[in-house]
Design a binder for this molecule. Structure first.
Ligand code: GLP
Length: 271
Protein backbone atom coordinates (compact mmCIF):
# COMPACT_ATOMS: atom_id res chain seq x y z
CA UNK A 1 0.00 0.00 0.00
CA UNK A 2 1.32 3.41 -0.93
CA UNK A 3 0.33 6.66 0.82
CA UNK A 4 0.74 9.99 -0.98
CA UNK A 5 0.10 13.17 1.01
CA UNK A 6 -0.65 16.34 -0.96
CA UNK A 7 -1.31 19.82 0.41
CA UNK A 8 -5.00 20.37 -0.37
CA UNK A 9 -7.94 18.92 -2.34
CA UNK A 10 -6.91 20.56 -5.65
CA UNK A 11 -3.47 18.93 -5.40
CA UNK A 12 -5.12 15.57 -4.68
CA UNK A 13 -7.29 16.11 -7.77
CA UNK A 14 -4.33 16.96 -10.00
CA UNK A 15 -2.15 14.08 -8.78
CA UNK A 16 -4.95 11.54 -9.17
CA UNK A 17 -6.05 12.83 -12.58
CA UNK A 18 -2.42 12.67 -13.77
CA UNK A 19 -2.21 9.03 -12.73
CA UNK A 20 -5.52 8.25 -14.45
CA UNK A 21 -4.56 10.13 -17.62
CA UNK A 22 -1.29 8.25 -17.70
CA UNK A 23 -3.15 4.93 -17.49
CA UNK A 24 -5.56 6.01 -20.27
CA UNK A 25 -2.66 7.04 -22.53
CA UNK A 26 -1.03 3.66 -21.99
CA UNK A 27 -4.26 1.78 -22.64
CA UNK A 28 -6.91 3.86 -24.48
CA UNK A 29 -9.56 1.13 -23.97
CA UNK A 30 -8.90 0.82 -20.24
CA UNK A 31 -11.72 -0.34 -17.94
CA UNK A 32 -12.18 2.23 -15.16
CA UNK A 33 -14.16 1.86 -11.94
CA UNK A 34 -15.67 5.20 -10.89
CA UNK A 35 -17.16 6.63 -7.69
CA UNK A 36 -19.49 9.52 -6.91
CA UNK A 37 -19.34 11.94 -3.96
CA UNK A 38 -17.67 15.27 -3.31
CA UNK A 39 -14.14 13.89 -3.17
CA UNK A 40 -13.81 12.80 -6.83
CA UNK A 41 -15.14 16.14 -8.14
CA UNK A 42 -11.64 17.66 -8.15
CA UNK A 43 -10.42 14.65 -10.14
CA UNK A 44 -13.26 14.82 -12.66
CA UNK A 45 -12.73 18.57 -13.12
CA UNK A 46 -9.08 17.97 -13.91
CA UNK A 47 -9.86 15.08 -16.30
CA UNK A 48 -12.32 17.35 -18.14
CA UNK A 49 -9.63 20.03 -18.37
CA UNK A 50 -7.15 17.49 -19.74
CA UNK A 51 -9.71 16.42 -22.36
CA UNK A 52 -10.62 19.99 -23.40
CA UNK A 53 -7.14 21.51 -23.32
CA UNK A 54 -4.88 18.52 -23.90
CA UNK A 55 -7.08 16.29 -26.05
CA UNK A 56 -7.16 13.38 -23.58
CA UNK A 57 -9.22 10.82 -25.49
CA UNK A 58 -11.98 8.91 -23.72
CA UNK A 59 -13.60 7.50 -26.87
CA UNK A 60 -12.57 3.92 -26.14
CA UNK A 61 -12.57 4.07 -22.34
CA UNK A 62 -15.00 1.73 -20.61
CA UNK A 63 -16.36 2.56 -17.16
CA UNK A 64 -18.33 0.90 -14.41
CA UNK A 65 -19.71 2.91 -11.52
CA UNK A 66 -19.66 1.56 -8.00
CA UNK A 67 -23.22 2.16 -6.90
CA UNK A 68 -26.66 3.73 -7.34
CA UNK A 69 -29.62 4.44 -5.08
CA UNK A 70 -32.44 1.95 -5.36
CA UNK A 71 -35.64 3.63 -6.53
CA UNK A 72 -34.16 6.78 -8.09
CA UNK A 73 -34.62 7.25 -11.84
CA UNK A 74 -31.53 8.33 -13.83
CA UNK A 75 -33.16 11.73 -14.35
CA UNK A 76 -33.36 12.42 -10.59
CA UNK A 77 -30.80 15.12 -9.77
CA UNK A 78 -29.56 13.08 -6.78
CA UNK A 79 -29.18 9.84 -8.71
CA UNK A 80 -25.64 8.71 -9.43
CA UNK A 81 -26.52 8.47 -13.14
CA UNK A 82 -27.29 12.18 -13.10
CA UNK A 83 -24.19 12.96 -11.02
CA UNK A 84 -21.87 11.15 -13.43
CA UNK A 85 -23.45 12.73 -16.51
CA UNK A 86 -23.32 16.27 -15.17
CA UNK A 87 -19.91 16.05 -13.51
CA UNK A 88 -17.99 13.99 -16.07
CA UNK A 89 -19.63 12.18 -18.98
CA UNK A 90 -21.35 15.27 -20.50
CA UNK A 91 -17.98 17.02 -20.75
CA UNK A 92 -15.72 14.35 -22.28
CA UNK A 93 -15.88 12.31 -25.48
CA UNK A 94 -16.85 9.05 -23.78
CA UNK A 95 -19.01 6.67 -25.82
CA UNK A 96 -22.23 6.34 -23.75
CA UNK A 97 -22.52 2.67 -24.72
CA UNK A 98 -19.21 2.11 -22.86
CA UNK A 99 -20.52 3.65 -19.65
CA UNK A 100 -22.16 1.50 -16.97
CA UNK A 101 -23.94 2.71 -13.84
CA UNK A 102 -26.05 0.25 -11.79
CA UNK A 103 -29.77 0.62 -12.47
CA UNK A 104 -31.74 1.98 -9.54
CA UNK A 105 -34.99 0.99 -11.22
CA UNK A 106 -34.39 -2.71 -11.75
CA UNK A 107 -37.36 -4.88 -10.76
CA UNK A 108 -34.98 -7.80 -10.25
CA UNK A 109 -32.08 -6.18 -8.38
CA UNK A 110 -30.46 -9.53 -7.53
CA UNK A 111 -30.43 -10.60 -11.18
CA UNK A 112 -29.17 -7.17 -12.13
CA UNK A 113 -26.27 -7.36 -9.64
CA UNK A 114 -25.22 -10.73 -11.04
CA UNK A 115 -25.28 -9.49 -14.62
CA UNK A 116 -23.37 -6.30 -13.64
CA UNK A 117 -20.50 -8.41 -12.32
CA UNK A 118 -20.62 -10.68 -15.39
CA UNK A 119 -20.41 -7.60 -17.58
CA UNK A 120 -17.30 -6.40 -15.73
CA UNK A 121 -15.72 -9.84 -16.20
CA UNK A 122 -16.61 -9.86 -19.90
CA UNK A 123 -14.65 -6.64 -20.27
CA UNK A 124 -11.62 -8.23 -18.61
CA UNK A 125 -12.16 -6.80 -15.11
CA UNK A 126 -11.52 -3.32 -13.76
CA UNK A 127 -7.98 -2.16 -14.48
CA UNK A 128 -8.09 1.05 -12.45
CA UNK A 129 -10.61 1.65 -9.65
CA UNK A 130 -11.02 5.13 -8.18
CA UNK A 131 -12.56 5.16 -4.68
CA UNK A 132 -13.73 7.68 -2.12
CA UNK A 133 -14.31 6.82 1.53
CA UNK A 134 -17.14 7.56 3.95
CA UNK A 135 -16.60 9.05 7.42
CA UNK A 136 -17.09 5.57 8.84
CA UNK A 137 -14.60 4.01 6.42
CA UNK A 138 -17.12 2.68 3.93
CA UNK A 139 -16.19 2.19 0.27
CA UNK A 140 -18.96 2.36 -2.35
CA UNK A 141 -21.99 1.62 -0.10
CA UNK A 142 -20.29 -1.14 1.90
CA UNK A 143 -21.20 0.17 5.31
CA UNK A 144 -19.57 -1.03 8.56
CA UNK A 145 -20.52 -4.64 9.09
CA UNK A 146 -20.47 -5.48 5.37
CA UNK A 147 -18.73 -8.75 4.66
CA UNK A 148 -15.22 -8.17 3.38
CA UNK A 149 -15.94 -10.84 0.77
CA UNK A 150 -19.27 -9.33 -0.31
CA UNK A 151 -20.35 -9.21 -3.94
CA UNK A 152 -22.50 -6.71 -5.83
CA UNK A 153 -25.85 -6.55 -4.05
CA UNK A 154 -28.62 -4.45 -2.51
CA UNK A 155 -27.52 -2.79 0.72
CA UNK A 156 -29.44 -1.01 3.47
CA UNK A 157 -27.81 2.34 4.19
CA UNK A 158 -26.83 3.28 7.74
CA UNK A 159 -28.37 6.21 9.55
CA UNK A 160 -25.03 8.05 9.38
CA UNK A 161 -24.91 7.78 5.57
CA UNK A 162 -28.58 8.73 5.24
CA UNK A 163 -27.95 11.78 7.47
CA UNK A 164 -24.83 12.71 5.47
CA UNK A 165 -26.90 12.57 2.29
CA UNK A 166 -29.94 14.40 3.67
CA UNK A 167 -28.43 17.80 2.74
CA UNK A 168 -28.89 16.89 -0.95
CA UNK A 169 -32.63 16.20 -0.64
CA UNK A 170 -35.57 18.49 0.19
CA UNK A 171 -36.31 16.54 3.35
CA UNK A 172 -34.84 13.54 5.17
CA UNK A 173 -37.77 11.27 4.21
CA UNK A 174 -36.81 11.55 0.55
CA UNK A 175 -33.32 10.10 1.11
CA UNK A 176 -33.21 6.56 -0.29
CA UNK A 177 -32.74 3.80 2.30
CA UNK A 178 -31.26 1.24 -0.08
CA UNK A 179 -28.63 1.13 -2.77
CA UNK A 180 -27.14 -1.28 -5.28
CA UNK A 181 -23.43 -1.45 -4.62
CA UNK A 182 -20.43 -3.35 -5.82
CA UNK A 183 -19.28 -5.54 -2.95
CA UNK A 184 -15.95 -5.36 -1.14
CA UNK A 185 -14.84 -8.63 -2.74
CA UNK A 186 -15.78 -7.32 -6.19
CA UNK A 187 -13.85 -4.07 -5.63
CA UNK A 188 -10.80 -6.00 -4.46
CA UNK A 189 -10.60 -7.68 -7.90
CA UNK A 190 -9.57 -4.39 -9.55
CA UNK A 191 -5.94 -4.54 -10.69
CA UNK A 192 -5.05 -1.12 -9.28
CA UNK A 193 -6.95 1.03 -6.80
CA UNK A 194 -6.62 4.74 -6.07
CA UNK A 195 -8.44 5.88 -2.91
CA UNK A 196 -8.76 9.62 -2.44
CA UNK A 197 -9.76 11.50 0.71
CA UNK A 198 -9.74 15.17 1.63
CA UNK A 199 -10.68 17.13 4.73
CA UNK A 200 -10.62 16.61 8.50
CA UNK A 201 -13.87 14.63 8.58
CA UNK A 202 -12.09 11.72 6.86
CA UNK A 203 -8.97 11.72 9.09
CA UNK A 204 -10.06 8.95 11.49
CA UNK A 205 -11.52 6.72 8.77
CA UNK A 206 -8.20 7.02 6.90
CA UNK A 207 -6.08 6.30 9.99
CA UNK A 208 -8.18 3.21 10.73
CA UNK A 209 -8.09 2.03 7.11
CA UNK A 210 -4.33 2.47 6.65
CA UNK A 211 -2.92 1.72 10.10
CA UNK A 212 -5.70 -0.08 11.96
CA UNK A 213 -6.64 -3.74 11.98
CA UNK A 214 -8.44 -5.18 8.95
CA UNK A 215 -12.06 -5.19 9.99
CA UNK A 216 -15.53 -5.14 8.49
CA UNK A 217 -16.16 -2.11 10.74
CA UNK A 218 -14.02 -0.07 8.32
CA UNK A 219 -14.43 -1.74 4.95
CA UNK A 220 -11.60 0.31 3.38
CA UNK A 221 -9.18 -1.48 5.74
CA UNK A 222 -9.36 -4.57 3.48
CA UNK A 223 -7.28 -2.58 0.97
CA UNK A 224 -4.27 -3.47 3.14
CA UNK A 225 -4.51 -6.88 1.44
CA UNK A 226 -4.70 -5.45 -2.08
CA UNK A 227 -1.40 -5.72 -3.99
CA UNK A 228 -1.60 -2.33 -5.72
CA UNK A 229 -3.50 0.34 -3.80
CA UNK A 230 -2.51 4.00 -3.49
CA UNK A 231 -4.12 6.34 -0.93
CA UNK A 232 -3.96 9.95 -2.16
CA UNK A 233 -4.76 12.29 0.72
CA UNK A 234 -4.63 15.94 1.55
CA UNK A 235 -2.93 17.07 4.76
CA UNK A 236 -6.18 17.22 6.71
CA UNK A 237 -7.30 13.72 5.75
CA UNK A 238 -3.81 12.44 6.59
CA UNK A 239 -3.92 14.27 9.95
CA UNK A 240 -4.40 11.20 12.18
CA UNK A 241 -1.85 8.91 10.50
CA UNK A 242 0.88 7.96 12.97
CA UNK A 243 3.44 7.24 10.26
CA UNK A 244 2.81 10.43 8.26
CA UNK A 245 6.48 11.41 8.15
CA UNK A 246 7.49 7.95 7.03
CA UNK A 247 5.05 8.03 4.07
CA UNK A 248 6.42 11.45 3.09
CA UNK A 249 9.99 10.22 3.32
CA UNK A 250 9.21 7.24 1.11
CA UNK A 251 7.59 9.46 -1.53
CA UNK A 252 10.54 11.88 -1.48
CA UNK A 253 13.07 9.09 -1.93
CA UNK A 254 11.16 6.66 -4.12
CA UNK A 255 12.21 8.09 -7.47
CA UNK A 256 15.86 7.42 -6.59
CA UNK A 257 15.29 3.72 -7.21
CA UNK A 258 15.71 4.44 -10.93
CA UNK A 259 19.12 6.06 -10.30
CA UNK A 260 20.24 3.01 -8.32
CA UNK A 261 19.03 0.65 -11.08
CA UNK A 262 20.69 2.58 -13.88
CA UNK A 263 23.98 2.62 -11.90
CA UNK A 264 23.72 -1.17 -11.50
CA UNK A 265 22.98 -1.70 -15.20
CA UNK A 266 25.89 0.52 -16.25
CA UNK A 267 28.22 -1.36 -13.91
CA UNK A 268 27.05 -4.72 -15.30
CA UNK A 269 27.66 -3.46 -18.85
CA UNK A 270 31.09 -2.12 -17.84
CA UNK A 271 30.12 1.44 -18.71
C1 GLP B 1 -21.21 7.73 -0.70
C2 GLP B 1 -20.69 6.96 -1.92
C3 GLP B 1 -19.21 6.58 -1.75
C4 GLP B 1 -18.41 7.81 -1.36
C5 GLP B 1 -18.94 8.37 -0.05
C6 GLP B 1 -18.18 9.59 0.44
O1 GLP B 1 -21.50 6.88 0.35
N1 GLP B 1 -21.45 5.78 -2.14
O2 GLP B 1 -18.73 6.02 -2.97
O3 GLP B 1 -17.04 7.46 -1.23
O4 GLP B 1 -20.31 8.74 -0.26
O5 GLP B 1 -18.54 10.70 -0.31
P1 GLP B 1 -17.84 12.11 -0.18
O6 GLP B 1 -16.65 12.04 -1.09
O7 GLP B 1 -18.89 13.06 -0.66
O8 GLP B 1 -17.48 12.32 1.24
Amino acid sequence: MEVIIEKGPEDVGRRTANMMADAILRNPSIVLGLPTGNSPLVVYKELIRKHKEGGLDFSKVISFNLDEYLGLPPTHPQSYHYFMASNLFDHINVDRSNVHVPSGLSIDPEGFCKSYEEDIKRHGGIALQLLGIGRDGHIAFNEPGSSLGSRTRVKTLTKETIDDNARFFKNADEVPRFAITMGVGAIMEAKKILLIATGKSKAQAIADAVEGPITQMNTASILQLHPDTVFILDEEAAGNLKRRDCYRWIQENKHQVNDVLSRQIKKRLGM
